[in-house]
Design a protein around this ligand. Structure first.
Ligand code: GAR
Length: 188
């Protein structure tokens, strides 16, 4: 079994899509040790409870520095013998200590066709750009914001009268298929 940790800060729909693929037996050699979140009220916590999964809640404001905050995370990762970190809507840059401990073993999903529209509000940026196609990208994580080596991308159409919510829903639908597939290919 390969042990993975999933990091999320928000709704956690990508986290749940991975959990449901595991539950359905589609990622047979992968075990999620816990959900790691930096947001005490995030909906991903509810989703984790549904799967009876441990949750580590770690708030940056309780530490003197980001390095101390990440030291706590590394403690949990080490105790759980985590081999890969899967970012699923985790809205913090990964700092040096975690990066060094998990070289090329951290992956992220970002809702644009990188290198386009890095950072916050990628979907809004795509919508305002006049582009007709956008999508999502799974990539390795490095010290930059959505800059690491691209693993796989999937496209989706931007319709002329799309609202941000409609486009987001369509992108999430392809993310929920793509992310478990990539995890299966890269980690199994
Ligand atoms: C996803 O669309 C993911 O691509 C994005 O956050 C959303 C999380 O949704 N990630 C980033 O923007 C990272 N830069 P979810 O909480 O419903 O999975």
């Amino acid at each position: 079994m390969t042990k993975i940790a999933i990091f999320a800060s928000g709704s956690g729909s990508n986290f749940e899509s991975i959990m449901s693929q595991i539950e359905a037996g589609h990622l047979p050699n992968i075990e999620v040790t816990a959900l790691y979140t930096d947001q005490v009220n995030a909906y991903c916590i509810e989703r984790a409870r549904k799967y009876h999964l441990d949750v580590h809640i770690n708030e940056l404001k309780n530490f003197d520095s980001k390095a101390d905050y990440e030291r706590k995370i590394i403690e949990w990762l080490t105790t759980e013998k985590v081999e890969w970190i899967i970012l699923a809507g985790y809205m913090k840059l990964i700092g040096e200590n975690i990066l060094n401990a998990y070289q090329k073993r951290i992956i992220n999903i970002h809702p644009s066709l990188l290198p386009k529209y890095r950072g916050k509000d990628a979907i809004g940026q795509a919508l305002n750009s006049g582009d007709k196609i956008t999508g999502t990208t799974v990539h390795f994580v490095d010290s930059g914001m959505d800059t690491g080596e691209i693993i796989e991308q999937r496209t989706c159409e931007i319709k002329p009268d799309d609202t941000k919510e409609q486009l987001e829903e369509r992108i999430k639908a392809i993310e929920h298929e793509l992310y478990p597939e990539v995890i299966s290919k890269i980690i199994q």
